[in-house]
Design a binder for this molecule. Structure first.
Ligand code: 26Q
Length: 798
């Protein structure tokens, strides 16, 4: 599209869609007008893709997820439709600040972290690959809370991305289903009939997801909850105004907020309602689409592959069986086979507290028919496998992991290590019964957003060197390797990183009032705050380093900027204390005249997708320091490596595979292995022993107790100090000494800049395998048996 055509489209939308005169338009108006103009470019390929899939009667992939952490859409859409440069030129010509227009868009934060962001990367890859697919989820009115700091403490505020018009979605009032809850089950001539006590309407809102170069677009269909009856006129006329509106409010509550928990099972009725609400609506939509031109329900698995993103939509098993038996007359055992033929389950965690369980009481109350069916499914499984020792119901609870496993054709882990641990621990018994069921699909990230779009400096260098093919086929980044030997290339690589670090420094200066030295090492840990992710190991090392610097102010220190980012679940007290500690250390360290030329600690609030896009391109060092065996995969680790940061990390999750790909000599390894972790934990007094053996560690922990970071208050960080010295379940103390050693190795490596840039460039060159395109191709082949339809797409052929 030429610049003139785009300009015409923007001006036309400004005038006719927004009703604004260019002379009085705000940045918001311009952003919406530009978005509308870009959106228009997506609609034709979107329709064409839908038609192509329909004509081919292709198998569709349905990705069911409680979370889609998509972030901003405008820049992504411009990059993928190839109009970014034209748009920039248009705004230059209009004399408007293009950057501000882009940054005017709110982040769609409909997810907590890794699992939700993975779903968003998968949708983009499915479109880039031309595999017909729908993402199904909830249209939360309020996404993940906004975080700010008050005296170093996290304060949560509601997020309100939908108060502005959401430009990218299309409301579909015609696509709506009634979803029931509660009530009871009757027997009608041998058939069960569920009569729910209450019902709400699930209404669809569609967002097109455009792939690279605009050749295919899939749909993200999010369900909003509406009342069946908008107003209780009877109560209203009787003068009961708030009572009259109550029904509406209750219905809308279901899609009101995202649960801000990324591990623990909150056990709340509303959460179960949300899970059933979106799962049931999605299944009805899937069956409706199948019914349009098929009659034999046994063919369903040939046309439908459903992926359950963790157990959150696990009720899909019993619900699909219910729809096939109670509502379509199929025999129970056939229905179980058909349902299992369609369903697959991805596990994202082995942490016992994060495995979903629902009490029978709650489930029986909200979903009485499903509880019956879960029993029948379980009994059938017991008949088929008399030797089994596992059940889906135990101690008055339904175990959603077991239920998902029993109802799935394939169950997958998200990194090689995690998948092996699944077989050995949580799903050991079920794996013995079904040895073919568990497969691995190592996570990936989309190189469009996480390199091409967020890092223009490096992308330009890569494209200048090896052409643009890497954007579609990230393994082509390997072609960079022969260039790494030439000094000109490495200089340009270093210059690209420097540009990004200058930009970040300017941003930090403006927003946090801290002056950074872009030549210092930028050392970044960004992720949800969790004990197992061990942000406290990082801050302890920071304290020890600061103490060492003060002891030896004449030594030749490698300047470092330690950057932290991440939110804590509102009820997770320990995580909130860690945040408070990091902010408190930052305040002391950044104001120390002796050390501040070498060491800065930065914690920008409200870490989200947009902030990640700013931080990752500027990173020299990526902190991936979880206790081995606890991080299922990690995906931030992949984004950093792709952007030429080196990793300091444990042998956990996908770190293991990153190290294999980039080469052990280009990765800073430390810490115990998963096996060693289990053994170490059994050693009584492991924490005390580790502290006694390392004076630096002892002194750092001591500083938590003597008020150094708490204005003399000895109690403020006592909780953290006691946790470390007494229980230390995540083995921070036992890994500290080796972490310190590896960190000093990083210091000296950074000073040998020629060697450093070589290692950094090799990380970029060898990280193409971590593209989510590779992951999706794995799912398509090993799990879904689904194929790309892109060559059949007539638009693409033109
Ligand atoms: C469950 C019940 C009630 C309320 C909330 C939840 C809940 C919500 C979100 C439980 C878990 C999550 C999210 C988990 C998650 O993000 N896991 C991460 O998934 C990534 C993608 O596979 C991995 O890379 C990370 O290692 C893993 O921690």
């Amino acid at each position: 599209m030429s610049k003139e055509v785009l300009k015409g489209a923007v001006l036309s939308h400004l005038k006719y869609t927004l009703g604004k005169d260019a002379d009085h338009a705000t940045i918001y108006d311009w952003r919406v007008a530009l978005s509308q103009a870009v959106r228009d470019r997506i609609v034709d390929p979107w329709f064409e893709a839908t038609r192509t899939a329909y004509r081919a009667d292709a198998k569709r992939v349905y990705y069911l997820s409680m979370e889609f952490l998509i972030g901003r859409l405008l820049e992504d859409a411009m990059v993928n439709t190839g109009v970014l440069d034209e748009a920039k030129a248009v705004f230059d010509e209009l004399g408007l600040p293009f950057d501000r227009v882009i940054h005017n868009e709110p982040d769609a934060a409909l997810g907590n972290g890794g699992l939700g962001r993975l779903a968003a990367c998968f949708l983009e890859s499915l479109s880039t690959l031309g595999i017909p697919a729908y993402g199904y989820g909830i249209r939360y009115e309020h996404g993940l809370f906004r975080q700010r700091f008050e005296n170093g403490w996290q304060i949560e505020e509601p997020e309100d991305w939908l108060t502005q018009e959401h430009v990218w979605e299309f409301e579909r009032p015609e696509a709506s289903f009634e979803i029931g809850f509660g009530g009871n089950v009757h027997n009608n001539g041998g058939r069960a009939v569920w009569r729910p006590q209450e019902a709400v309407i699930a209404q669809a809102f569609d967002t097109p997801v455009i792939g690279w170069q605009g050749r295919w677009a899939n749909t993200l269909r999010l369900w909003g909850a509406l009342p069946k009856k908008v107003l209780d006129l009877g109560r209203f006329n009787a003068g009961d105004y708030s009572g009259a509106a109550e029904v509406e409010a209750l219905a809308r509550t279901i899609s009101r907020v995202l649960y801000p928990d990324d591990t623990s099972d909150a056990g709340k009725a509303l959460r179960l309602k949300q899970e059933y609400f979106f799962t049931a609506a999605s299944l009805r939509d899937i069956l409706r689409r199948f019914e349009q031109d098929h009659t034999d329900w046994r063919d369903l698995p040939k046309k439908v592959a459903i992926q359950l993103n963790d157990t959150h939509p696990a009720i899909a098993g019993p619900e699909l069986v219910r729809l096939l038996t109670d509502e379509r007359g199929m025999e129970f055992e056939d229905a179980v086979d058909v349902a299992r033929g369609c369903l697959n389950y991805t596990n994202h965690t082995l942490l016992p507290e994060a495995l979903e369980r629902w009490s029978e009481g709650l489930m029986g109350y909200l979903l009485p028919r499903h509880l019956e069916l879960i029993d029948q499914i379980d009994a059938l499984h017991a008949r088929q496998y008399p030797s089994r020792t596992v059940t889906a119901r135990e101690h008055g609870e339904v175990k959603m992991g077991e239920l998902s496993f029993i109802m799935a054709s394939r169950v997958n882990g998200v990194s090689a290590l995690h998948t092996e641990l699944m077989k050995e621990t949580v799903f050991k018994d079920l794996h013995t019964l079904h040895p073919e069921r568990i497969v691995n699909q190592t996570n990936g990230v989309t190189p469009r957003r996480w390199l091409r779009s967020c890092n223009p400096a490096l992308s330009t260098l890569i494209t200048d060197t090896i052409g643009e093919g890497w954007v579609r086929d990230a393994e082509q980044l390997l072609q960079l390797e022969p260039h790494i030997g030439d000094a000109g290339f490495l200089d340009r690589f270093a210059a690209a990183k420097h540009t990004n670090k200058v930009q970040l420094s300017n941003w930090v200066g403006r927003n946090l009032g801290v002056k950074l030295d872009p030549d210092a090492m930028f050392d970044i840990q960004i992720k949800r705050i969790h004990e197992y992710k061990r942000q406290h190991l990082n801050i302890l090392e920071t304290i020890a380093l600061w103490q060492e610097m003060r002891d030896h102010p004449n030594a030749d220190w490698t300047p470092r900027v330690k950057v932290f980012g991440g939110k804590a679940a509102p009820g997770y007290h320990f995580a909130k204390q860690i945040i408070h500690l990091i902010n408190s250390v930052a305040r002391v360290v950044n104001n120390d005249p002796v050390t501040s030329k070498w060491l800065k600690v930065i914690y920008p609030p409200n870490y989200n997708v947009t902030l990640a896009e700013r931080l990752i391109p500027a990173a020299d060092l990526s902190e991936q320091i979880s206790t081995a065996g606890k991080e299922a995969s990690g995906t931030g680790n992949m984004k950093f490596a792709l952007n030429g940061a080196l990793t300091i990390g444990t042998l956990d999750g996908a770190n293991v595979e990153i190290r294999e790909h980039v080469g052990a000599e280009n990765f800073f390894l430390f810490g115990m292995t998963a096996q060693e972790v289990m053994e170490r934990r059994a050693v009584e007094g492991h924490a005390a022993e580790a502290i006694a053996a390392d004076p630096r560690l002892a002194r750092a922990i001591d500083s938590l107790r003597n008020g150094t970071f708490a204005d003399g208050d000895h109690d403020r960080f006592r909780g953290i100090a006691d946790n470390l010295a007494i229980s230390d379940y995540f083995l921070v103390c036992s890994d500290f000494t080796d972490y310190w050693r590896a960190s000093r190795e990083v210091d000296s490596a950074f000073r040998d800049s020629g060697h450093w840039w070589r290692m950094a460039a090799l990380n970029t060159a060898r990280s193409g395998w971590f593209s989510s395109d590779r992951t999706i191709q794995g799912y398509a082949k090993d799990i879904w048996n689904a194929a790309s339809q892109m060559s059949a797409n007539t638009l693409a052929a033109e």
